[in-house]
Write a protein that binds this ligand. Structure first.
Ligand code: FAD
Length: 257
């Protein structure tokens, strides 16, 4: 494999398995690859017929890290993930040179609270956003909501809790509110419903102790398209506006399929 104008060839340097269908991996990073926290890369793997299959992947790692990190589902029979999940440390992956996406905090009007609502692997961009010191300086409250079906899918829990302990972010540690929602199991200290229900019945805001309002809430939504669309609709009815190019608003969304 050799690099081209469009992509570079990177090496897998680390793999971490969370569950049989969820894993993270790190790759080398081309020195010229730049991104804004929240953006995604396009990754390529060789498919069964030898052609390259490309898919979008949110970047988990910090913009200042020397490596790139990604968090992936394994879709049974999926064209991309069935190949990706076979890769081992030392093997290669294609990364398009250009990062993409608008799930970035620079899309918003200034605000007080940053809500990051995710399902499953939709957590990925928010980890990168949390590694960004500017996020902690800008917002008084960072509310990260991770909704999964089963407890074992609560990936990155330790990384998220460690933000509070890290010397780097500790002066702001009280700003982070981490809410876990598990929909198919009763788990202590977690909410047990979907994000849309938790918003509709007010449980999410009560649990965090902060109300959502267009004056001070900026909300990012990422993951399952049904959740993303329904949540956007709910919040639009409450007066929040989706950010558009050149027109900063209160909501930024990303659908994964
Ligand atoms: P596909 O043929 O692409 O998908 C088959 C079906 O699998 C979909 O119709 C859907 O029902 C389901 N599916 C696809 N992706 C997911 C998912 N992430 N979680 C649950 N079900 C899914 N995926 C990641 O795992 N991590 C990421 O960080 C990530 N970032 C993305 C960013 C963007 C902007 C977009 C558009 C997608 C992102 N995806 C991410 C999805 C990813 O691009 C692929 O769809 C996924 O890798 C599956 O590829 P596939 O070819 O195996 O199956």
């Amino acid at each position: 494999m050799s690099s081209s104008d469009k992509y570079t060839v990177e090496t897998i340097t680390e793999l971490h398995t969370w569950t049989p269908n969820l894993f993270s991996f790190k790759t080398t990073r081309d020195q010229g690859f730049r991104f804004v926290p929240g953006q995604f890369a396009r990754l390529g793997v060789k498919g069964e017929d030898g052609s390259i299959v490309w898919r979008a992947y949110s970047i988990v790692s910090a913009s200042y890290d020397e490596f790139l990190e990604f968090y992936s589902i394994v879709v049974p029979g999926g064209k991309f993930t069935s190949q990706l999940s076979k890769l081992k440390v030392g093997e290669q992956i294609y990364v398009e040179r250009k990062s993409l996406g608008f799930l970035t905090t620079d899309r918003f009007e200034l605000g007080r609270d940053l809500w990051m609502l995710s399902t499953g692997t939709g957590l990925a961009p928010f980890i990168s956003i949390l590694y960004d010191f500017k996020t902690w300086e800008t917002y008084e409250n960072l509310i990260l909501v991770h909704s999964v079906r089963e407890k074992e899918e609560l990936a990155y829990e330790k990384v998220i809790r460690n933000f509070k302990k890290s010397e780097y972010f500790s002066e702001f540690s009280s700003r982070l509110h981490y809410v876990q929602a598990v929909t198919r199991e009763e788990v202590p200290n977690t909410l047990n419903a979907r994000i849309t229900s938790l918003l509709e019945n007010g449980e999410l805001e009560r649990a965090v102790g902060i109300a959502i309002h267009e004056d001070h809430s900026r909300i990012m939504i990422c993951g399952n398209p049904e959740m993303v669309d329904e949540t956007r609709e709910l919040l639009t009815k409450r007066g929040l506006r989706v950010s558009r190019r050149g027109e900063p608003g209160h909501l930024a969304v990303e659908n994964y399929w």
